[in-house]
Design a protein around this ligand. Structure first.
Ligand SMILES: [Zn+2]
Length: 405
């Protein structure tokens, strides 16, 4: 089996010196300025004259801007992040013209994330030390894991979040990812109501332990913020505090999801999940599920790329599949399944935990799909098809055997 060649981003926090922070703040400002001016120029050319401005033409504009008195400060920062901003804008327009994305928007100081991208000519990486252009000292990076042996980054992105924390993301070729040996096992995963996720094996995975404490902290910080007067220094402090708590919750969540998805992919050849959408949740009233939409979409993304790395199969099943109303033992579909029902007994005598039963059904449906088509995913064959709930037929006995190997 050949190893898949992938690029992988390694992201770390770092702690800039005052001089580095000043240099980077200036660079962020210039990146935003150049992006917005180029967007303005392209918008005018397009709306007034029906012309498209190429990347090269916008690059020539940048050179001209730097020569003017009022924009000469653009020459004081590294030119590479400015060029990269023009490349990103080019990409945004390509997506827009291909109808893949909306019209590019201006970057605002308040709402856009501060970031600057450096390519190899604008940084030096040696023995785990990363030095950016226009800086004399390497960044003080908090290495939480090493870069792959013998690898150097091809692109480095520096950013600062709303909480004022600094991050550096390094894109590296990752030769180390090889498909794992094939397995027979398969697992269904349900976004639970009584737990974070439930597995078809019967295991229920709870929210991380610190989750509740972090939430309480967040509520306190938000209440604090609401009490502070607009525009006061204390309000700014309180705002930062809220952002910090948010950031910590997100970090811990992501960390937890990484561990969970790695485990699921390592232990199983096939992982089956439901294709959840906000629409679905609003319609079937599963808003009280423990895992939020954002986390579920993170979980799905992680499963997708990890399955690809390790040669596993991720099967997503139709979002209208009645996973919680269907008895995984006999295949009877119940009319309704109120949210407060955590466990139930079917007429066939089977006693079910609500979420585990749903996970078993999800697994069975996924295996039925995997068996009957080469990677045919039901949500593709019936896009948005609400009626597919009734048409979904799962052979209960055979799939049950498969569900419990
Ligand atoms: Zn039954």
């Amino acid at each position: 089996m050949a190893a898949t060649h992938v690029k992988r981003a390694y992201k770390f926090r770092f702690y800039p010196t005052d001089a580095q922070a000043a240099e980077l703040s200036r660079t962020f400002g210039c990146v935003r300025k150049v992006y917005n001016m180029a967007l303005q120029a392209r918008t005018e050319a397009w709306s007034l004259r029906g012309e498209r401005i190429s990347y090269n033409a916008s690059s020539a504009m940048l050179t001209a801007w730097k020569r003017t008195a009022e924009l000469s400060y653009l020459s004081e920062v590294s030119s590479v992040p400015l060029q990269q901003a023009l490349r990103h804008l080019q990409g945004a327009f390509t997506n827009f013209f291909a109808k893949r994305a909306r019209y590019p928007r201006f970057k605002s100081k308040k709402k856009s994330r501060d970031s600057a991208e450096y390519t190899t000519s604008a940084f030096r990486y040696r023995d785990g030390r990363l030095t950016l252009a226009k800086m004399s000292e390497p960044l003080a990076i908090a290495w939480s894991r090493p870069l792959p042996e013998g690898r150097s980054p091809s692109t480095v992105t520096v950013s600062r979040d709303a909480a004022g924390r600094w991050f550096v993301s390094m894109l590296c070729d990752d030769p180390g990812v090889e498909p794992l040996p094939m397995l027979d096992s398969a697992v269904g995963v349900d976004a639970g109501i009584t737990s974070l996720v439930a597995l078809s094996t019967g295991e229920k995975i709870a929210n991380p332990r610190h989750e509740r404490r972090d939430r309480e902290r967040l509520v306190r910080a938000q209440r604090d913020l609401a009490r502070k007067a607009n525009g006061s220094a204390n309000r700014e402090k309180a705002r930062r505090k809220v952002a910090r708590v948010h950031a910590r919750i997100a970090d811990r969540r992501r960390d937890f999801l990484h561990k969970l998805t790695t485990r699921l992919v390592r232990e199983n050849q096939t992982v089956v999940i439901e294709d959840l959408t906000v629409r679905n949740m609003l319609r079937n009233g599963r808003l009280s599920r423990a895992i939020s939409d954002a986390s579920w979409s993170d979980l799905r993304t992680m499963l997708e790329y990890k399955a690809q790395w390790y040669g596993r199969d991720l099967v997503t099943i139709d979002r209208w599949f009645p996973s919680s109303k269907l008895c995984s033992a006999c295949g009877t579909i119940r009319d309704r399944m109120p949210l407060n029902v955590r466990a139930w007994e079917c007429d066939c005598g089977a006693v079910h935990d609500r979420d585990v039963n749903a996970a078993r059904n999800i697994l069975a449906a996924g295996l039925a799909v995997a068996a009957c088509g080469d990677g045919v995913r039901p949500q593709r064959s019936t896009p948005g098809g609400r009626s597919s709930v009734k048409q979904e037929v799962v052979p209960p006995l055979r799939s049950r055997a498969a569900a419990q190997p």
